[in-house]
Structures are given as structure tokens and as C-alpha cells.
Design a protein around this ligand. Structure first.
Ligand SMILES: O=C(O)CCC(=O)C(=O)O
Ligand SMILES: [Fe+2]
Length: 247
């Protein structure tokens, strides 16, 4: 039987609440039962049909493997040219995504391990933990997507605010067994002066939680990462589920 998701028994929301109240974010190492974390890494690294997610040249692309391959070098070169021309202030990203909530909200589960995690983040066990940790009783729904960042991938600075999505908090669960800060892929929080207020290395089995809106970015994965991939499941805690969805 596949390991089921559960929070590590030593975690106490009330112990973490003062940190969250002070900073609007918290890094929680060893968040899940270890067997589940290893199971998630295996599913993300071996059994996930990733889609290429790109914001480039003012366009937002979401391409299956074949569609991405069919783009061809000319189109890719045109996109890269457009992205160079759009300047430094544009919101840009390049990573791979597996949109679990899209499947679940449409009532079309595919049997992926991340679906158990989607069910778990929508359980009273998890939402109750987040309510107690944040002091926010309105936490009602969590969406989720798997992500993979490979060499060169990144997510530029943004604050997660999205009209009509009722986002209260963002979460990131890291599932890469070995990672080093000098490989990039760091989750940075930026202050009003553009300085790095805090940075989280994607440590295996850590749960990061932060208030929305809040300026943050994922730094580009460097050459030093070699073939290593940064795997995570990320999403937002919302004050209500999307229309017609009751997880
Ligand atoms: O993967 C991360 O650490 C953060 C992801 C993020 O900020 C986002 O998806 O909006
Ligand atoms: Fe974000």
C-alpha cells in the first residue's frame, strides 16, 4: 500500500504560530511522515507527465511534452528574442507543472500520488493545522500543483495576488532529497527595498507557508545543479472553494 500523507506527529501549530504572526511566513522542516515524502519524490521524479509552463514575451504557455517538442527551434528562438526585448520588469517564468487541482476539480483523477496530497490538504487535519498556525478561521480550500525546476528554470518576483481566487496563504512542499543552496532554486522573500529578507533552500520534506500578498521569487537553477531537479507541490489556501467544487 502506498504511504498516506500525514503531518509529522511532533508538529504543533501553536508552537509555530508566533513565528508566523511575526514574519508572515514560516519554514517547517520534516513536515510529513518520511515514507510519504519519499513516495512523493518517487512519483514526481518517475511518474509525472509534466507540462512546460512558460511566461515569455508577454505570453503564458502551458504545453504538453509533444506540443513543446513541436514548437521547434525557430519558435523557441522567437520566444527568446521576445523575452529579451520585453525588458527586466516583466513577470517571467520557466518550469514544469502538473496541475493536480485542475484534474480533481474537473472530477477526473488520474491515480497520481499528488492526488492523495490534494485530498489531504483539503482535510480537516491539514486545514485545521493551518487555521491554528495562522489564526485565520476562513481557510476553506487548498489548490495544488506539482512543479519541477530544471537547470535554467526560474520564477521571477511576484506576490501571488490573483483576482477572484480568494488566496489567503501560499504553501510549498519540497520533495527533492538532496539540494544545495548554490544550485539555485531558492525561494526568496523580498522586502520593500528589493533586499532579500529571507531565503529558503528547498530542503527535503519541508513545508513553507506564507501570507499572500508577499513579494517572492524562485531563483534560477544554476549549472551546478547538473541533472538534479527541484520537485515541489505548491498551492494556495483559499477562503472558499471554486464554484461547484466540494473536496
Ligand atoms: O516553488 C516555490 O518555492 C514557490 C512557487 C511560487 O511562488 C508560485 O508558484 O507562485
Ligand atoms: Fe508565488
Amino acid at each position: 500500500m502506498a504511504p498516506r500523507p500525514s503531518l509529522a506527529s511532533h508538529l504543533k501549530a501553536r508552537d509555530l504560530a508566533p513565528v508566523f504572526a511575526r514574519h508572515g511566513r514560516v519554514h517547517i522542516p520534516g513536515a510529513f511522515d518520511d515514507a510519504f515524502a519519499r513516495h512523493m519524490h518517487q512519483a514526481l521524479s518517475e511518474a509525472t507527465p509534466w507540462r512546460r509552463s512558460l511566461a515569455v514575451g508577454g505570453r503564458y504557455l502551458d504545453l504538453g511534452e509533444e506540443e513543446f517538442a513541436a514548437l521547434g527551434p525557430d519558435n523557441l528562438a522567437a520566444l527568446e528574442k521576445a523575452s529579451r526585448e520585453e525588458g527586466h520588469n516583466a513577470f517571467r517564468y520557466a518550469f514544469d507543472a502538473y496541475r493536480v487541482s485542475d484534474h480533481m476539480e474537473a472530477g477526473q483523477p488520474r491515480g497520481h500520488a499528488a492526488e492523495d496530497l490534494w485530498r489531504f490538504v483539503n482535510s480537516d487535519a491539514f486545514l485545521g493545522f493551518i487555521r491554528e498556525l495562522t489564526g485565520e478561521p476562513a481557510c476553506a480550500y487548498a489548490d495544488a500543483q506539482g512543479t519541477r525546476y530544471r537547470k535554467g528554470d526560474f520564477l521571477s518576483a511576484h506576490d501571488d495576488k490573483a483576482e477572484g481566487k480568494d488566496r489567503l496563504f501560499a504553501f510549498v512542499m519540497n520533495f527533492t532529497p538532496i539540494w544545495r543552496a548554490d544550485w539555485g532554486g531558492l525561494l526568496l522573500f523580498l522586502d520593500a527595498d528589493g533586499h532579500v529578507a529571507e531565503g529558503y533552500t528547498p530542503a527535503f520534506n519541508a513545508l513553507n507557508l506564507f501570507r499572500v500578498p508577499q513579494k517572492h521569487a524562485v531563483t534560477q537553477v544554476t549549472d551546478l545543479a547538473g541533472a538534479a531537479c527541484r520537485y515541489a507541490v505548491t498551492g494556495w489556501i483559499r477562503s472558499r472553494p471554486p464554484e461547484g467544487v466540494s473536496p
